[in-house]
Every structure is written in C-alpha cells, then in structure tokens.
Design a protein around this ligand. Structure first.
Ligand code: PLP
Length: 389
C-alpha cells in the first residue's frame, strides 16, 4: 500500500519527549535516519558501564561474554527473534562483510541489487562479485513505481537461472521505500535465491522488523531503536548458524555463532550492554505511539515541503518515519551537487537534511523523530525554496 505526501495535520508532540535528547536548539535536525540521536538516559547508562569498566578492567572483561550474551537475549526478545540466530555487530557495514564472506559464490553466478541500495553496501557486493567472478546485476526501480507489487515484479523479472544471491533493502535509504517485502523474499526463496536484507532502518521503526524469510538480515539499533552508536545486529536463518565463520578470530571462536562473530578482541563493548535500554525507553514511551507520531510527522513534513516548494511527491511506503521528495530536474543530479545542496542548507539555514543524487533530479529525504516540531519543516521548506530559486 502506498501513500502520497500531503499537508495533513502535524501530530501533538509527546509530553516530555524532547527533554530525552540533548540536541543543540540552534540546529534543525531533520536527519535522524543517518546517525540517530542517543537519548540521555541511554547515554547515562552507557557512561556508568564505562566507569565500571575503568574501575576494574580485568574484572569487567572477565564477565563480559556472559553480559554480552544476556544483552543479546534481551535484544532478540525486543526484535521478536531467537538469541541463537542473532549476533551483535557494530553496524550494518560490518554485517554485510560477514555475510558476503559466508555466501558461496562462483564465476558466472548472478547477484541482484537495486539502484535504491545504500552506496557502501552495493560497493561491498560489487567487490565480492569481482573477487569471485560473479556478475552483478542492478535492477532499476523507477522512482514512481506505485506500490510493493510493482517493486516485487520488477525484481523477480530480473531473476535468471544463474541468479544465486539478492541483496535488497528493507527500507531504502535515499528513497524511503520498502523493497524486500515478505512476499518478494518468499518468491526469491522459491527460486533458490539466497536473500540478504539491509534493514539498517527497521529496528525501532517497524513493530516486527525481522524478516524470517531472509537468509541474512541485518539492522542498526543506533538509528531508530535509541541504542548507543556502534550497535547493529545480524540475524541468520537457522540453517546458516553452524556454517558462519567470522572475519576476525577471537578467544570466543570455539563457541561458534553468534559469539564467534561478536568478539573482535579488546574493544569498547559498552554500547551493546546499554542497547536494551533503548528498547526499554521506546516501550516506556509506548513504541506504537512513538511510531505513529513519527509516521504522521514525516507525512506532514514531506507534504508541507512538497506544497511550499512545488516538489513532486514520490510514492511512499506506509508507516515509515521517513519520506522522500523529488527535487527538480537539474538539481542534485550528481553527488557533488547533492552535497553542495546539503552544505548550503546547513550554512544558510542550520538545517541538517539529506539529498541523494538521482538522474533527472535528486531525492530529498525528510525524517521525523520525537524531538522534531512542525515549525522545523517550515524552515526546511523556506530554505529549500530560497536555494532552488
Ligand atoms: C540502508 C542503509 N544501509 C547501510 C547504512 C550504513 O550504516 P552504518 O554506517 O551504520 O553501517 C545506512 C546508513 O545510513 C543505510 O541507511
């Protein structure tokens, strides 16, 4: 189902939610989707854990495997999956590397990605294709494809009998669209294709984020699940757990998956220990209420900017806290142009937002989180109108 941005009413702010963050009031932060914003109580817990570590480093690291396993179990519970399927990782950039090192590929195999994929994820797949002699095929999904069925059909039409792997976004970064739907994943599975889902944005943004149909599914907790940065998860189907080899050999290697993937020698693991507190906070606030607030505010913000600036609204997947708008032809068609637009929005209007290049006119992504207010989208609209004039 799709929705078109329109100027609906902005939702009421959730009482007290703004005080959970410590963003500079001079910054119009409309880009939660890139790096998140860690709530104060979660940071406080992480700082306490860090102090504990520094009070007795040997004792802290001695007990750490059990504490990480306990955090993993709680996180799996919040995500609705099983702890033995889930490995903690620093981020999805790390998770794709583990994934690609474990999927068998041979010369002549075909790998599918789409043109909505995240830059470094697609590049990692391209490198792996080069190393193995596999062929990378990029499925082009026109920005105006109306709904999930059209996306599914476009991807399936690109499958051949040589296609062995598909690396697809759960929610695409530049275009805020759901691509790897359960129906698409099941259809690929039926055709014998190994499926990998980049679900960087799903934890926290969706009520039931994990796709059990996917062979490999990975997401960040530091975007929408209020975890400290450097907290991601990799979830694999049961048949993979006995086969996964980590990229880095650690003292926990003998334990097998997931501990063998999690441990990378001496590092700061406090973000992982504090991560369950992000989910707890979401539950205390009412996770569904937070999602509804963010969904409505993103719709309001995107509709307002589209109306004021005269931008073409793009079809959007329902229920998301991010929306994408099409910039006019000639604007942000290349990466340097998109970067220049973002830099100008920051320099002239103190607005943090994301524009990504696209042939025929770039794409602007609008995010909404509890700390955002309706007036901030007015600042974005006015700034953008001035810059495009
Ligand atoms: C869809 C998607 N994939 C991958 C990433 C990379 O995330 P990280 O840098 O946390 O690995 C992002 C970050 O914004 C993203 O949006």
């Amino acid at each position: 189902m799709t929705q078109t941005p329109r100027a609906v009413e902005a939702p009421e702010p959730l009482a007290g939610a703004e005080r959970l963050f410590s963003l500079d009031p001079a910054v119009v932060h409309l880009n939660h989707g890139s790096f998140g914003a860690v709530p104060v109580p979660v940071r406080r817990l992480q700082r306490r854990l860090y102090e504990e570590q520094e009070a007795d480093p040997d004792g802290f690291f001695f007990d750490l495997p059990e504490r990480v396993a306990a955090a993993r179990a709680r996180i799996a519970g919040f995500l609705g999956t099983e702890p033995e399927l889930l490995a903690l990782v620093p981020n999805v950039t790390d998770a794709i590397a583990v994934t690609l090192a474990n999927v068998p590929l041979a010369a002549g195999d075909r790998i599918l990605v789409t043109d909505h994929g995240y830059g470094t994820i697609t590049e990692a797949v391209r490198r792996r294709a080069e190393e193995t002699g596999a062929e990378l095929h990029t499925v082009e999904l026109p920005l105006d494809l109306p709904d999930g069925d059209a996306v599914r059909e476009a991807v399936l039409a690109a499958v051949t009998d040589r296609t062995v792997l598909a690396v697809l976004d759960g929610i695409s970064s530049p275009t805020a669209r759901r691509i790897a739907t359960p129906g698409l994943l099941a259809a690929l599975r039926e055709r014998g294709v190994t499926t990998v889902v980049d679900a960087a944005h799903e934890p926290g943004m969706l009520a039931a984020p994990v796709a059990p149909e996917a062979d490999f599914w990975f997401g960040n907790l530091h975007k929408w699940a209020f975890a400290p940065r450097a907290t991601g998860v990799l979830v694999v189907r049961p048949e993979w757990t006995g086969k996964i080899r980590p990229l880095i050999l650690s003292w926990e290697d003998h334990r097998g998956y997931p501990a063998n993937v999690e441990w990378r020698g001496t590092l700061d693991y406090t973000p992982w220990l504090a991560a369950p507190a992000g989910f707890e906070l979401l539950d205390e606030l009412g996770a569904d209420r937070v999602r509804e607030h963010n969904r409505r505010l993103a719709g309001y913000g995107a509709g307002l900017v589209a109306d004021r600036v005269g931008l073409a609204p793009l079809p959007a997947s329902a229920g998301l806290a991010m929306r994408a708008l099409r910039l006019p032809a000639g604007v942000a068609e290349t990466l340097p142009e998109a970067q220049a637009l973002m830099a100008a929005m920051w320099r002239r209007h103190a607005v943090r937002t994301v524009a990504r290049p696209w042939p025929g006119g770039g794409v602007l992504r609008v995010c909404a989180q509890l700390y955002n207010r309706a007036e901030e989208y007015e600042v974005l609209a006015a700034g953008l109108a001035e810059l495009l004039a």
